[in-house]
Design a protein around this ligand. Structure first.
Ligand SMILES: [Zn+2]
Length: 238
């Protein structure tokens, strides 16, 4: 049976580590996108709900004001009839005062009513033009959200399989090497790096000649500068 040199296992672990970093970065970006999308959808829904309830409220208030105006107009008509039948100038004057007061109330109500009707018109325009478009955008945003959620699911599957692959490799190295790898990994996400052109592949510190000799003989050595575990890919020119 051919024994796989330790450096090859470390090379594989290093590649898996780097793959894991890329995958978790991508996953974090997707999670951020999902949050942003959820906020956008919630804001749009809140705005729509607010406009719908405003529309309902103002419609109701306009109805009430119109009823109030009608009631005052009825009273006014009655007073005007009474004015025609007034028995004395004194009574006439009193009724005229009442009529003036009622007209003032009526004008006040009409002013408020007109303002509310203008608001209602704006809301009606929103309901007929903007609301359907906003609903459509909401639908599209939800579809986009579902797509990102699917991407996240897929990436989580890949992350799990990457971990599985790591475990398989880890099971083939001795507990001592695993401990070294583990303690490095607690400080650095990519604790393994190859020797590239006689230097550390991560921090580019030049490997000492005697270390290079040992590395070329399949040893694993810590970089003297960044302490990552160095291996020499003897199948490649280094
Ligand atoms: Zn280094």
């Amino acid at each position: 049976m051919q024994i796989t040199p330790l450096w090859q296992k470390f090379k594989q672990l290093g590649l898996l580590d780097r793959q894991a970093i890329t995958l978790t970065d991508a996953r974090d970006k997707l999670i951020a996108q999902i949050k942003a999308q959820q906020t956008a959808i919630a804001n749009r829904k809140n705005l729509l709900e607010h406009m719908v309830s405003e529309h309902k409220k103002i419609s109701h208030e306009v109805g009430l004001k119109e009823a109030d105006i009608n009631a005052v107009v009825t009273k006014l008509t009655a007073k005007e009839h009474r004015l025609e039948e007034a028995q004395s100038p004194k009574e006439e004057l009193a009724i005229e005062h009442e009529i003036t007061a009622l007209k003032k109330i009526c004008h006040g109500l009409e002013d408020v009513c007109l303002e509310q009707m203008a608001q209602l018109e704006t809301l009606n325009r929103f309901m007929s033009q903007d609301a359907p478009a906003a609903l459509e955008e909401c639908k599209q945003e939800q579809a986009a959200l579902a797509a990102i959620e699917l991407e996240l699911e897929a990436i989580n599957v890949t992350i799990a399989s990457n971990r599985g692959e790591q475990e398989i490799v880890i099971n083939t190295i001795t507990p001592e090497w695993f401990k070294k790898y583990q303690s490095m990994k607690s400080n650095i996400p990519d604790p393994i790096t190859p020797v590239v052109q006689s230097s550390c592949g991560s921090c580019f510190y030049e490997v000492l000649a005697q270390d290079l000799v040992r590395l070329k003989l399949n040893a694993i050595l810590p970089c003297r500068s960044c302490f990552r575990l160095l291996y020499c890919d003897t199948e490649k020119q280094v």
